[in-house]
Ligand binder design. Structure first.
Ligand code: GLU
Length: 479
């Protein structure tokens, strides 16, 4: 049987990076096994689900490069893929369970339910222990009350037995018999609860594997009981470790950016985000860190998942971004970084060749586009640095000599129509200062740097000077 896995988000918010990691694992697992990756929208919570969120999630998944084979808007043999369009299926199957005596209508009012929960708590018992008041009500009587329109939910008749299964990540997991009681499967408004429709869909859509976050482990007990009630074969489960922040708590908004779209807006490369997220909970067989998804498809399997929570560290993600940025071709590098600079940045008025040379040089110094403008200052800034070091270099008696000489040289080149001080011209200036002005070592190099860039420190002058537009150079030298 060919592998079928699904990503089943609830469209109640933006795509979380934890969700993107789950989707990534599903995508990779399907691809590694020549199987299918399905997108299913779990929107039965009518109040919280929004079509805008679904659309945003679809966009974000596409940006991540996680294309699916079946899903809303895409079609497939097992649709519809939006749970709100499948309510009749759930209703029919819930009725089937009722008629088989495996589920029953429950007429407890909210107040009664609360009272029973309190009673259980005060007796130090599981909160659901008294929720089964209508479990043994005569089915004919129950049907009469339902037909009369009495408000009710449908509860699952829990056989109350120990449930054991083998999770592909966590190994054998056992749940005690009194863990969940007679839980609700259909709400009073006729909508199914997550655990019920999830099972129906995973079963009817023929999922072979369910990969999701560890926080769903406790749902699995309810789900396994439902599979059993239908006599259906449950898929294999793989519950991946949680993503946590530095305080070891589940990753949440207070840890910083947690939505995929925030990374997109901050111009992270999707391949870097995917690479980093993949390694939070899964490891490469050769411990390789940096790769594109295509490179690991053939290596991806379920044996390399880690059970421990994975620490999400934005600084590491930035490092991954830098590594992936440096893997781009020159053309792609320019297409990536250029739009991240503000519209009026002088970078945009330089030639294509200049932009390529410039970014090929500065890519070594940055990990994210946010760091670029500051680095470009050495090419465009006309305000001299006021650092302590600059002041010291300015105070050396050789510095004004250098400045006077380079000013006349730059003026000459500008008058000749040069747009840049070429590397040859710069080398000549350096030699002149050495031989004629007899200035050496740090006095020469720092003095030259201060005169030409206004800064006492910075990247290689042989690269920086030929990239500095003549207008900037003239302004710095007050020409
Ligand atoms: N709709 C659930 C969620 O977003 C899906 C859980 C599952 O994969 O079963 O958490």
């Amino acid at each position: 049987m060919s592998v079928r896995v699904r990503f089943a988000p609830s469209p109640t918010g933006l795509l979380h990076i934890g969700g993107a990691r789950t989707a990534l694992y599903c995508h990779l697992f399907a691809k590694a096994n020549g199987g299918s990756f399905i997108l299913r929208i779990e929107d039965t919570d009518l109040e919280r689900s929004k079509r805008e969120y679904e659309e945003a999630m679809v966009e974000d998944l596409k940006w991540c490069g996680l294309e699916w084979h079946e899903g809303p808007g895409k079609g497939g043999d097992f649709g519809p893929y939006r749970q709100s369009e499948r309510t009749e299926i759930y209703k029919g199957l819930a009725e089937q369970l009722v008629s088989e005596g495996k589920a029953y209508p429950c007429f407890l009012t909210n107040d009664e339910l609360e009272e029973l929960t309190e009673k259980a708590k005060s007796e130090n018992k599981a909160p659901h222990i008294y929720h089964d008041k209508y479990r043994d009500l005569d089915p004919a009587e129950a049907q009469k009350r339902v037909a009369a329109g009495e408000t009710h939910v449908i509860r699952f008749k829990n056989p109350n037995k120990k449930v054991t299964f083998t999770d592909l990540v966590r190994g054998e997991v056992t749940f005690p018999e009194d863990m969940v009681g007679d839980f609700v499967i259909m709400r009073s408004n006729g909508m199914p609860v997550y655990n019920f429709c999830c099972v129906i869909d995973d079963w009817k859509m023929e999922m072979t594997h369910v990969m999701r976050a560890e926080e769903h482990l406790n749902n699995t007990v309810r789900q396994l009981l439902i599979y059993e009630a239908f006599g259906a074969k449950a898929p294999e489960f793989a519950h991946c470790s949680l993503l946590v922040g530095e305080d070891r708590q589940k990753l949440s908004k207070r840890h910083g950016a947690t939505s995929v779209v925030q990374y997109k807006d901050q111009h992270f490369l999707p391949q870097a985000l995917m690479n980093y997220l993949c390694l939070l909970g899964w490891s490469h067989p050769e411990e390789k860190d940096i790769w594109d998804l295509d490179e690991i498809v053939s290596l991806f399997d379920l044996t390399r998942f880690s059970k421990s929570p994975a620490l999400y560290d934005i600084e590491k993600l930035k490092h991954f971004n830098g590594e992936h940025m440096r893997r781009l071709s020159t053309k792609d590098l320019v297409s990536y970084l250029k739009p991240t600079l503000s519209e009026n940045h002088p970078f945009h008025s330089q030639s294509e060749q200049w932009q390529e040379t410039c970014l090929e040089f500065f890519k070594e110094k940055i990990n994210t586009p946010q760091e670029l403008p500051e680095h470009l200052d050495v090419l465009f800034s006309t305000t001299p640095s006021e650092s302590e070091e600059s002041k010291e270099v300015a105070s050396w008696e050789t510095t004004p000599q250098i400045k006077e000489y380079v000013t006349s040289e730059v003026k000459r080149l500008a008058d000749e129509g040069a747009e840049f001080v070429s590397v040859e011209a710069f080398n000549e200036m350096t030699n002149h200062c050495k031989k004629e002005l007899k200035i050496k070592g740090k006095f020469l190099f720092k003095g030259l740097r201060l005169a030409l860039t206004g800064m006492a420190e910075g990247p290689d002058l042989k690269v920086v000077i030929p990239l500095t537009p003549m207008a900037v150079m003239k302004s710095r030298l007050a020409l």
